[in-house]
Design a protein around this ligand. Structure first.
Ligand code: CA
Length: 222
């Protein structure tokens, strides 16, 4: 669930914003001023901030600018009565991802929130395709030529590690360390056994050779 921070000093408006955002399924941190947000930022990284500009204490865009200068690049939508061309210009120069002028339409704002979140969220690439292998990362399912195969957790992790290092020879020690929970309890030959089992599952006819062994060194996926 995305965490959205709202900073707005008019409490009625703040409540309404909170209500609409929660209705859209967001977790909301609503604040009348920047101070509580400063404290929040010490512990959390919100996904988006909606920031009024005329705030008590510090001007909203100056607050955002100070965050940007500290390397905090959480997406920001300004929600402001400052609506002149130069105000909007200034807002974008001070780190806005979008700028909404008051009065505004809630529906439109929710669309803008969603659009900014979609644009900015780091994408975990769900489906990796390589040759005829598909690795579905979210569900941890693996398909070969469209057919689902069943891997143990260890075999899955091993396959993913090999894929993430395509064409790079990985030593048995490296694989033990990366994939096994208690590498110190295992010997290098544990890796050989697991690799052979994995190969048997993903290439039962032994004609695709996704994983090759490099004698005396380790394995690589090609
Ligand atoms: Ca205000």
């Amino acid at each position: 669930m995305a965490l959205v921070v709202v900073i707005e000093d008019e409490s009625d408006l703040l409540e309404l914003l909170e209500y609409h955002l929660q209705k859209e399924g967001y977790e909301v941190f609503a604040s009348l001023s920047t101070m509580p947000v400063e404290r929040l930022l010490e512990e959390e990284t919100p996904d988006l901030m909606i920031v009024d500009r005329n705030l008590p204490g510090v001007e909203g865009s100056e607050f955002v600018l100070s965050l940007r200068n500290r390397g905090i690049d959480i997406p920001v939508i300004y929600l402001s009565a400052k609506s002149s061309e130069s105000d909007i210009d200034e807002g974008f120069l001070r780190g806005a991802d979008d700028y909404v002028t008051k009065p505004f339409n809630y529906r439109e704002l929710m669309h803008r929130v969603k659009a900014v979140l979609n644009r900015c969220k780091p994408q975990l690439k769900d489906i990796i395709k390589y040759k005829d292998i598909e690795i579905h990362q979210k569900s941890r399912e693996v398909y070969i030529g469209g057919k689902k195969i069943s891997l143990t957790k260890l075999e899955y992790d091993l396959l993913l590690e090999l894929y993430n290092n395509l064409n790079i020879v990985l030593s048995r020690d490296y694989l033990l360390d990366k994939v096994w929970n208690n590498p110190e309890d295992h010997q290098a030959k544990t890796v050989n056994v697991a690799i052979n089992r994995l190969k048997e599952k993903i290439d039962p006819d032994k004609n695709k050779n996704y994983i090759v062994s490099i004698r005396g060194i380790g394995y690589k996926m090609v």
